[in-house]
Design a binder for this molecule. Structure first.
Ligand code: ADE
Length: 418
């Protein structure tokens, strides 16, 4: 079996950590039990390009239990957990192509390796499989039934392809399921981003000024948790509605040029390029800490920062200290890559449980519906979304009420008023 992982002797540690995560993934486990019996993915070749974490291991084990031939490659060069990659190869016989810290050439070689099996289904986090297929491997398109996409950035890329009429197969926007972005983007990114920053820096947040660029679901989550730890949160936005929401949530809102002068911590989570630029780095206070938690490492203009820098050193793991010509220091975490996955372990299992339940059921949906779906970006069917919420509540042993017949009648009526 072909594979490329760092060190197979790490497999034992990986197996235990996967088991630990799995204990907090009850919904995915229910799906796995059904998949084992029904084999809905029998005969399906599935290529997944996801962060190689303990939670992803539980997902790919579930897909394999459903009968799929699964190959996994990394969706980010710095997020791979090498022990997990080793365990999947050694204990689950799943080909994995992922090494933490791989260079860009290796990253794309691994994507090509995952595509070599001529997949029927692609499973992406950031649309790299879909984009590589459309740019370089168009001969694979006839084999493909469809794909699934995990993240906001990927869905934006795919929608733009669909709008221009260049998307050649259907893709399910897992990110847009309510049981995904309400929870993973907000509570997952909120906690894991703070976790990554603290693991990298061991700094106190209380009393600091914490600047967050972007107030989407992820930004809201990071703001909520930074505020909860006593930081003074500043939001940078371009969208008036979101900016207004941030103001009403109790945060200060200002342009990055202003925020750059007062922040102790900076986190970008916009999905766009060069959000913090050369002039902003130049205006920062001595010792400022800058991280990105958006999908790609393009949100920080690191070339601009380089041009201001006299000397650089790795002062701690995942912390690059830039000594600027103006005499101040700016610390960049995890080379501007996703700080929660590079310096931390990503979102905790209990939230990935819902995201990956959506992935597993969306994969089953694509296998069932196939090309009948049309070359568009499709939502996760609402019935799947609601079922995942129901199962999650059940697993948490939380009961909810049902509408009484009178309440149902009232909601369906139009005659009743005051
Ligand atoms: N994205 C964010 N956190 C993750 C995790 N723990 N596993 C896989 N993908 C993730």
């Amino acid at each position: 079996m072909k594979h490329h992982v760092k060190d197979l002797s790490l497999a034992g540690k990986g197996k235990l950590r996967i088991e630990w995560a799995n204990q907090n993934m009850p919904v995915l486990n229910l799906i796995r039990a059904r998949f084992e019996k029904e084999k809905p993915l029998k005969g399906i070749r599935l290529s997944a390009c996801l962060h190689v974490t303990t939670e992803t291991a539980s997902l790919v084990q579930t897909l394999k239990a459903g009968g799929a031939d699964v190959i996994l490659c990394a969706s980010n060069p710095l997020s791979t957990q090498d022990d997990v990659a080793a365990s999947l190869v050694k204990h689950d016989r799943i080909p994995v192509f992922a090494v933490k810290g791989e260079d860009n050439a290796t990253y794309y070689k691994h994507i090509q390796a995952a595509l070599d099996q001529k997949p029927h289904i692609t499973m992406d986090d950031g649309a790299d499989l879909v984009s590589t297929i459309h740019k370089e491997r168009t001969s694979l398109i006839p084999y493909i039934l469809g794909g699934t996409e995990e993240t906001t950035t990927g869905v934006i890329r795919l929608r733009s392809m669909a709008e221009r009429g260049v998307l050649k197969f259907p893709v399910i926007a897992v990110n847009d399921a309510m049981t995904k972005h309400f929870f993973d983007n907000r509570y997952g990114t909120g906690q894991s981003t703070i976790d990554g920053i603290l693991r990298a820096t061991n700094r106190l947040l209380a009393g600091t000024t914490f600047v967050i660029c972007g107030y989407g679901w992820c930004g809201r989550g990071v703001a909520m948790r930074a505020h909860g730890m006593g930081a003074n949160v500043v939001i940078v936005e371009v969208d008036p509605l979101r900016a207004l929401e941030a103001v009403m949530d109790g945060y200060r809102v200002m342009p990055i040029a202003q925020a750059a002068r007062i922040g102790d911590f900076f986190v970008t989570v916009t999905g766009d390029v060069n959000v913090i630029r050369k002039e902003h780095f130049g205006a920062m206070k001595d010792g400022a800490i800058v991280a990105n938690t958006g999908h790609f490492n393009v949100e920080l203009d690191l070339n601009g920062l380089k041009s201001l820098t006299k000397r650089r050193r790795e002062i701690r793991e995942f912390v690059t200290e830039h000594q600027l010509k103006n005499g101040r220091r700016v610390n960049v975490l995890a080379d501007g890559r996703l700080v929660n996955l590079a310096a931390g372990e990503g979102h905790p299992a209990s939230v990935m449980d819902m995201s990956f339940a959506n992935q597993a059921l969306a994969g089953e949906y694509v296998a069932k519906k196939g090309k009948r779906l049309g070359k568009q970006v499709h939502p996760v069917p609402e019935a799947i979304d609601r079922e995942i919420a129901r199962l999650k509540l059940k697993a948490m042993e939380i009961e909810i009420d049902k509408l009484t017949p009178e309440q149902k009648r009232y909601l369906a009526s139009w005659e009743e008023g005051t």
